[in-house]
Design a protein around this ligand. Structure first.
Ligand code: HEM
Length: 403
């Protein structure tokens, strides 16, 4: 069904649509309406789902791994289910439940420690400076900050981490968009993208089996669990997860931060004058414009916010709504770049909390710092078209600026 063929939403409490244009553009007003009237909303659209909007409900679902499984974390239904298991293909650790989740996650953590992330900072900074040099080149007064900047950074950092050539990153972006962004509307293209992606990564695995390099693919090949090496399918599942989890999310966050700065000249000037605010500003952008919503599948009948969720039903982990809950954040709809208390859940909470948060924070900080260093004055181009992606990951996909 195309976007234009779907009926408009008249009742956000009982018929919400995560791909509705105004919701993708700015979901906060709908979250506020739902939270104040019927905090756990429901829809039959897109295969059906429940949507908690209170911080406490979202966090309680995330912690309750007994009643809520991660076997399908897609906000929108997966097409081309794994026939054998009737579930999407495994992408450990994000699709793993306890007890296996513990070792699935432990395997990748060494690559995401603060120390490990330092290694990618030099690379990221050089990349941002190179991209900015192109943007502020002689005679230019317009640029698309989403396409020319935000979208260029995470795929190349991930390519470095996985150990693949930078020229393959265009392909990574296409796969990520086909799988995450356009998958529900174009299921055939999603299946083709998945197939191509798997072929690519099984090929990479074979080449690393012949010759190890200094990358996470080689590292995983050398890991053992109970005296046995990991299955090829496990390694490829994890690598494709890193690609998908690391690209769209971070590019959306960088884009949302730049959109905020383009439309809030006071914050922009303050961040330029007080660069020490960068850390708290990044946390505030993550809170206010949280890009990621996940899902869980109820493994038994369970109560949530006065509703009975039946076994097999989908529940959204609406981290963006939790982060705007007035019970937990003062003036939740204001972006305060010096907010002191900010226990946001943009990176999730509980056992699946984002493994790449150190890397993501570093990328955001470096990207914003280098942008402002090269171009402190810019605004939204009124002649251009600002577009958004939404569903699982929300953020600007086209961000036309003038300077
Ligand atoms: C601003 C950028 C990012 C945001 C907002 C974000 C958000 C999240 C969220 C909300 C989860 C929890 C999933 C759940 O509960 O089901 C998660 C998990 C995860 N993220 Fe991120 N993420 C970001 C960047 C990254 C990056 C750069 C990587 C690494 C390449 C990464 C790797 C992962 C992994 C591996 C998991 C699964 C952890 C587990 O299941 O134990 N993320 N992320």
């Amino acid at each position: 069904m195309s976007v234009s063929e779907r009926p408009a939403v008249h009742d956000w409490m009982n018929d919400f649509d995560v791909l509705e244009a105004s919701f993708m553009h700015d979901p906060a007003p709908m979250y506020a309406e739902i939270r104040s009237q019927q905090p756990v909303a429901h829809t039959e659209r897109w295969g059906g789902a429940w949507m908690p909007t209170r911080y406490d409900d979202v966090v309680s679902v995330a912690y309750d791994t007994e009643h809520f499984s991660s076997r399908d974390v897609g906000v929108l239904p997966f097409v081309g289910l794994d026939r054998e298991n009737d579930r999407p293909p495994a992408s450990p650790p994000i699709t793993s439940d306890p007890p296996d989740h513990t070792w699935h996650r432990r395997l990748i953590l060494p690559y995401f420690s603060p120390k490990a992330v330092e290694r990618y900072e030099i690379f990221t900074r050089a990349l941002c400076r190179e991209l900015m040099a192109g943007i502020v080149a002689e005679g230019r007064h317009h640029a698309d900050a989403a396409i020319e900047y935000a979208q260029q950074i995470p795929p190349r950092v991930i390519a470095e981490l996985i150990g693949v050539p930078p020229q393959d990153t265009e392909q990574f972006v296409e796969w990520t968009r086909a799988v995450l962004e356009n998958g529900a509307l174009q299921p055939e293209a999603r299946l083709i993208a998945r197939k191509e992606m798997l072929t690519y990564f099984f090929g990479l695995l074979e080449s690393r089996k012949r010759e190890r390099r200094d990358d996470i693919t080689s590292f995983l090949l050398d890991q053992e669990v109970d005296g046995k090496p990991l299955r090829d399918g496990h390694i490829v599942g994890t690598i494709t997860l890193l690609l998908i989890a690391g690209i769209d999310t971070t590019w959306s966050s960088i884009g949302s931060a730049l959109l905020h700065l383009a439309t809030h000249p006071g914050d922009r000037a303050r961040l330029v004058a007080e660069p020490d605010l960068l850390n708290s500003a990044v946390e505030e952008f993550l809170r206010a414009y949280s890009p990621v919503t996940m899902a869980r599948v109820a493994s038994a009948d369970v109560e949530l916010g006065g509703h009975t969720i039946r076994a097999g039903e989908r529940v959204l982990l609406t981290f963006p709504a939790a982060n705007r809950d007035p019970e937990h954040f003062e003036r939740p709809d204001e972006v305060l770049i010096d907010r002191a208390h900010n226990r946001h859940v943009a990176f999730g909470v509980g056992i699946h909390r984002c493994a790449g948060s150190n890397l993501a924070r570093m990328e955001m900080q470096v990207a914003i710092h280098e942008w402002l260093a090269a171009l402190p004055e810019f605004e939204l181009d009124p002649m251009g078209e600002l577009t958004f992606a939404g569903g699982q990951v929300r953020g600007p996909r086209s961000l036309p600026l003038t300077f």
